[in-house]
Design a protein around this ligand. Structure first.
Ligand SMILES: Nc1ncnc2c1ncn2[C@@H]1O[C@H](COP(=O)(O)OP(=O)(O)OP(=O)(O)O)[C@@H](O)[C@H]1O
Ligand SMILES: [Mg+2]
Length: 253
């Protein structure tokens, strides 16, 4: 079998081959095979409980696979460890934001830029380079003014921005974002859109889960529709959204 040339990147940066994850009798992700193009933004949609977050958890090593394989840039893996995902150029954000609540906004970024572990990073002397990078990221997500606030004192939208900033600090190619727009006021929503567009324009692969079809239409190039842990449809956004079964059964639009 011929191997792809090392000089020609594969069209799909992330693929799953019949991956599954069970919770007791519930097949949260059920023999799912999908392909995510390297170029552009991919959105994952589907009703509540259709397995979107579980898929993100599997791709990011947050949950172990019960079966199947994930191919990251052509590399097939049946086990993904969360701590290794930056080495595979993957990071993620959570539907329920996860931060280090007891430290400042700035330190939340510096932790990622330095050791990625909380206690060593507090004692590590951060370099000028780290501090400049942290400033650049916090300015990009509009949180520089809040740099001295404790993460726990931030508003919901600010917490989401800081979590995206932490993901940006890892400087990887593939970003898995679980509902980055959910619960945001319009101004914050526009800011997150701009941040993601900026990341896309830098050539990064953005994959986001959303229930908001207006945002999906505006932001995504490719669409994956899940139902009951399985793939319902996948393709270019407009093609998929024009399928009658999607319009009537799942999107109500
Ligand atoms: N940790 C868990 N323990 C038990 N069941 C779970 C767990 N996580 C998910 N499930 C179940 O797996 C199925 C898929 O859940 P998942 O959270 O992946 O759906 P989702 O598409 O992200 O939903 P939502 O749109 O509400 O966020 C659901 O039936 C859910 O109840
Ligand atoms: Mg979810």
């Amino acid at each position: 079998m011929s191997q792809p040339s090392a000089n020609i990147p594969e069209q799909y940066i992330l693929e799953t081959v019949e991956i599954s994850r069970y919770f007791g009798a519930v097949a949260a992700v059920d023999g799912l095979s999908i392909s995510i193009p390297r170029q552009g933004v991919t959105s994952i949609v589907g009703p509540n409980g259709s397995g979107k977050s579980t898929l993100i958890n599997l791709l990011s090593g947050t949950l172990p696979l019960d079966g199947g394989m994930v191919k990251i840039d052509g590399l097939g893996l049946t086990t993904i460890h969360a701590y290794e995902t930056p080495d595979h150029s993957i990071t993620r954000t959570f539907q329920e934001v996860r931060l280090f609540d007891q430290i400042s906004v700035l330190d939340n970024i510096l932790v990622v830029l330095t050791t990625r572990r909380l206690w060593p990073s507090i004692f590590e002397r951060t370099s000028r380079e780290h501090r400049e990078k942290a400033r650049e990221i916090l300015e990009k997500v509009g949180m520089w003014d809040k740099r001295s606030s404790l993460a726990m004192d931030l508003s919901y939208g600010q917490r989401k921005l800081l979590e995206i900033g932490r993901a940006m600090a890892l400087n990887v190619n593939i970003y898995l974002l679980d509902e980055p727009f959910a619960g945001l006021f319009p101004q914050m929503l526009e800011r997150v859109k701009d941040i993601l567009k900026g990341m896309r324009d830098e050539g990064r692969t953005i994959i986001f889960v959303s229930h908001n079809m207006d945002i999906v239409r505006e932001m995504a190039d490719h669409l994956i529709v899940m139902d009951g842990g399985k793939l319902l449809l996948a393709g270019e956004v407009e093609d998929v959204l024009n399928q009658p079964e999607v319009i009537s059964a799942y999107l109500g639009a």
